[in-house]
Design a protein around this ligand. Structure first.
Ligand code: SAM
Length: 269
């Protein structure tokens, strides 16, 4: 259980970072940059974006498209880990329809507030947002068909707990479909110690093989991790955003090994 005493300075730094970003309305799809940038700044297919009501902007801090990865079906119950401003939940709500249900969990009150007001404006009554931690999900055991997440698990200082919680809430046979940042090798120690690089989704990223091992330990099977590499421009702007000295941390040594990945797995039936 994540209690106030088990929260770390990383939780605080990450929460403050994203509270600030949503207050300033900075977003990936809106043209800013965060940990959300793949080589294609438009992370989602146009037909998915088109399901948003006219006038609604796509506020995303993600690094991929877990919705397409999840292949959601009408009637399913979906949980979004670190739902941010709610974009993936809104897409999921359309996919699962009136017979389905979507729950977004996020620790940042400003994100929850924004997501709730957007859902209300969009008249989406099959979506709810709960304030809470990935390490202690406010969700019943074996109650969810699909767990999605977009660029969040790398931010947790206790990933085994997050995978354990995701496994707990999934129904037997349930699917885990996540976009996240992973690395192909170890990061320099100074980068790992940087809180801004952690909040920017770099310092907390672990090697794909470690990610797989933690998921296996939680009980997941059929684990796949498929890389989606970043382009040069994205890498440069991310380095600037994180206030890391580009000369001190040459791109090759830090970012060649850092990439967005499509991750899928199952809880055994
Ligand atoms: C990079 S943003 C991604 C938001 C959203 N998934 C998206 O694609 O726009 C990370 C989000 O995860 C939340 N978050 C990070 N660590 C968390 C944790 N341990 N528990 C709950 N929420 C967390 C932050 O508050 C933030 O809203």
């Amino acid at each position: 259980m994540t209690t106030t005493s088990s929260l770390t300075p990383i939780h605080d730094a990450v929460r403050e970072h994203y509270a600030e970003r949503i207050k300033n309305n900075a977003s990936c799809c809106g043209g800013g940059s965060d940990c959300c940038s793949t080589s294609d700044s438009n992370l989602y297919p146009a037909e998915l974006i088109a399901t948003l009501p006219e006038g609604e902007s796509a506020v995303s801090y993600g690094c991929g498209d877990p919705i397409t990865l999840a292949s959601l079906q009408p009637g399913q119950t979906v949980l979004d880990l670190g739902s941010g401003a709610g974009l993936d939940c809104f897409f999921a709500a359309k996919k699962v329809g009136a017979a389905g249900r979507v729950i977004g969990v996020d620790m940042t009150p400003e994100m929850i507030e924004r997501a709730r007001s957007s859902a209300k404006r969009m008249n989406l009554d099959n979506v709810e947002f709960r304030q809470g931690y990935l390490e202690a999900l406010p969700v019943d055991s074996s109650s969810v068909d699909v767990v999605i997440s977009n660029c969040v698990i790398n931010l947790s200082p206790d990933k085994p707990k997050v995978f354990g919680e995701a496994f707990r809430v999934l129904k037997p046979g349930g699917k885990f479909a996540v976009s996240d940042i992973v690395t192909g090798g170890p990061l320099p120690e100074e980068v790992k110690q940087s809180l801004s690089a952690w909040a920017g989704c770099v310092a907390g990223a672990v090697e794909a093989k470690e990610y797989t091992a933690m998921m296996e330990a939680a009980g997941f099977t059929d684990i796949t991790i498929k890389p989606v590499f970043f382009d040069k421009e994205t890498v440069d702007s991310a380095l600037e955003e994180m206030k890391l000295d580009i000369n001190q941390y040459p791109r090759e040594s830090v970012y060649q090994a850092v990439y967005s990945a499509k991750i899928t797995a199952y809880k055994p039936a």
